[in-house]
Design a protein around this ligand. Structure first.
Ligand SMILES: [Zn+2]
Length: 637
């Protein structure tokens, strides 16, 4: 499917962003555990069944109840150095981490938001087991504000701090395994008004807010530390929540695809009405068609039948062609139906006649399917093969979803796929999901704190840019790159630390260009810690290594993350050597190749350089070698 170029203003596209960024605080939000993650699993675990919590109004979230009914249980992994009884919900939360509050207030002031007088922590129901309590704690820090953009001002609605959820690390049957290390790491959540009107603007504004956050120097970096949720709607559509877009460069695509999906769903509705189909024609009548598939070549179906399952069919009058109606690239109306069946009945999927014969189902079987169900050529048929109970529930979910198509776009929460398309995740929760956290008393924000933070706001990007170019001597391009970079805070820290010892240009180009290059070569650069960079530049400042050795050392450390820079230098044999030693090496090499050099005459420079650098790469700067070789050749010839 080609993506049509849409006139987004004309279709009334509206996008709101909800950014979540982990803060780089010393402690978690409600306990004194450090905010570090573990890559290796912990053998210490405990198991829980979570019940959906009821709000004070006595309402239970439908989807929460549903997840619970599925009989899900959760395994939580505990690392003792960053999980305590608070994360396990065996001890009440400690008072709010004021370091996190200060960072959030700083961001609020940068976004022209109005801090609240008193912080009230609330509980937000979560249904997926990602929090041991069954809710997430969240608190509004500031209201209102705006961020400037080329296409107009984008208003900020709220700025909150909240606790990050546990990380899902595995799934087996009804059990889901979470690692508790991430639970409780402070997050700042920034929600914009739906003032964004094109996919490109959505990506740009997300970038600008991310950059503003990095300006504080107090946020975590790397994939997974920043997550964007999007609200997307078009005229006549619905406000759809899309969860968990981790990559910034996917935002424009997700928005464009969602606008397209809503537009196509409206076209589908028109087509349904044009064909004169009525909602009451869609009936929950499911026909057992197992007999049709007695000798089927479809592996899925024959496996189900052998294990005592059934194939149930649903007839959709005059729907031929509409189930295969494409909504997003490679995602059809049938895909949406399958998502509903999967969520509400745990079935593996469904087949529909717009895609058959295929998947081992023959033309004869399709013909027989029409015959047995009494369907006409204009009808479509959907089949699900599973246990009788699941197949029936799956088709019921399909009936519900098909009925929604008569109205256009159903209100739902969706998840982003890696290719930018989205899938059904769950119905949108109601307002009943929030209620007060009674374990934590309200916190008054002192006026003096706001005044103090106002005086110490981070420099805006344009001021930093001027400083980098004029004071640090960065090229305009490199200054722009580092301003965009996740390493901005480390760059400033290192420049400050190694002033007059390491050129700022070398630090910037290492963090921007070298890392980009190493990453493209498949080096796991995410293993390189701030301390490693600091050690590397220290070694350079002390003239232990040449700048040519930096990429090699970083590569080695990335592959041996528990080793030190000193060990890297030793293992690679790249201790910088003195100029006197270089002269000796050059002399020796020239001596043993004297005939070759003489025969090359004036062209010998390149030849000698090649021989010398083979021995000295990474141990001395090429510039120094070139000077020596040039001088020695002049003397010789
Ligand atoms: Zn803790």
């Amino acid at each position: 499917m080609d993506i049509p170029k849409l006139d987004y203003r004309k279709i009334g596209l509206k996008v709101g962003l909800e950014l979540h960024q982990q803060l780089n605080t010393k402690y978690k939000l409600f306990c004194k555990c450090p905010t570090i993650l573990h890559e290796k699993p912990s053998p210490t675990t405990f198991k829980r069944y979570l019940r959906p919590t009821m709000s004070e109004l006595g309402e239970v979230d439908v989807a929460a109840l549903f997840e619970w009914k599925k009989g899900r249980y959760y395994i939580y992994e505990v690392h003792e150095d960053n999980v305590c009884l608070v994360e396990s919900d065996e001890e009440p939360p400690h008072p709010l981490n004021m370091e996190a509050v200060e960072i959030a207030l700083t961001v609020a002031l940068m976004l022209h938001s109005r801090p609240v007088d008193e912080i009230h922590v609330m509980r937000k129901v979560v249904i997926d087991g990602s929090n041991t309590t069954g809710f997430q704690r969240t608190a509004i820090i500031a209201l209102g504000g705006y961020i400037e953009d080329e296409d107009g001002i984008v208003r900020i609605q709220t700025i909150c701090i909240e606790e990050d959820a546990a990380r899902k690390v595995g799934e087996k049957g009804k059990g889901i395994q979470y690692r508790l290390d991430r639970l409780g790491i402070p997050l700042i959540e920034i929600s914009t008004a739906p003032d964004i009107h094109t996919p490109e603007q959505a990506e740009r504004v997300a970038f600008k807010i991310g950059q503003l956050l990095r300006m504080t120097g107090k946020v975590k970096r790397g994939l997974g530390t920043i997550r964007q949720d999007l609200n997307v709607s078009i005229e006549g559509g619905e406000k759809i929540e899309i969860k968990g877009v981790q990559r910034l460069d996917l935002i424009a695509k997700v928005v464009a695809y969602e606008a397209l999906r809503q537009l196509r769903l409206l076209q589908l509705k028109n087509e349904i009405l044009k064909r004169g189909i009525r909602e009451e024609d869609i009936k929950s009548e499911f026909i057992d068609v197992s007999n049709v598939f007695k000798n089927t070549k479809s592996k899925i179906i024959s496996r189900v039948l052998k294990s005592g399952g059934v194939v149930l069919a649903l007839k959709l009058p005059k729907f031929k062609g509409l189930i295969g109606f494409e909504l997003q690239p490679n995602r059809r109306f049938g895909t949406e139906l399958a998502d509903y069946a999967r969520f509400w009945a745990d079935v593996g999927g469904l087949f529909h006649t717009d895609e058959l014969p295929a998947y081992g189902i023959s033309r004869e079987e399709v013909d027989k399917l029409y015959e047995v169900t009494g369907a006409s050529k204009e009808d479509a048929i959907i089949i699900i093969a599973d246990t009788p109970e699941r197949a029936r529930r799956g088709l019921e979910a399909v009936v519900e979803r098909v009925k929604m198509a008569f109205k256009g776009v159903p209100k739902e929460t969706r998840a982003a796929n890696p290719d930018g398309t989205t899938r059904y995740m769950r119905p949108q929760p109601g307002a009943a999901r929030m209620y007060p956290e009674t374990d934590i008393p309200p916190v008054v924000i002192p006026r003096e704190l706001i005044e103090k933070l106002k005086k110490n706001l981070p420099e805006p990007p344009n001021v930093k840019y001027e400083k980098y170019v004029k004071l640090y001597g960065l090229s305009s391009e490199l200054a722009k790159e580092i301003l965009k970079s996740y390493w901005l805070d480390l760059f400033e820290k290192l420049v400050e630390k190694f002033r007059n010892k390491v050129p700022a240009t070398l630090i910037a180009s290492t963090l921007v260009n070298t890392l980009k290059y190493l990453k493209s070569e498949g080096v796991p650069v995410e293993n390189i810690t701030d301390e490693v960079f600091e050690e590397v530049f220290k070694a350079y400042a002390e003239k232990t290594i040449a700048k040519e050795a930096i990429p090699e050392i970083l590569t080695w450390i990335a592959k041996n993350p528990d080793k030190t820079v000193r060990e890297a230098i030793k293992a690679l044999g790249i201790v910088r050597i003195s100029v006197a030693d270089v002269e000796k090496i050059v002399e020796n090499i020239m001596k043993s190749n004297i005939e070759n050099i003489k025969s090359r005459g004036k062209k010998a420079f390149k030849y000698v350089m090649g021989l010398v650098m083979r021995e000295l790469r990474g141990k001395v700067e090429g510039r120094i070698v070139a000077e020596i070789v040039e001088r020695k050749l002049r003397e010789l010839l």
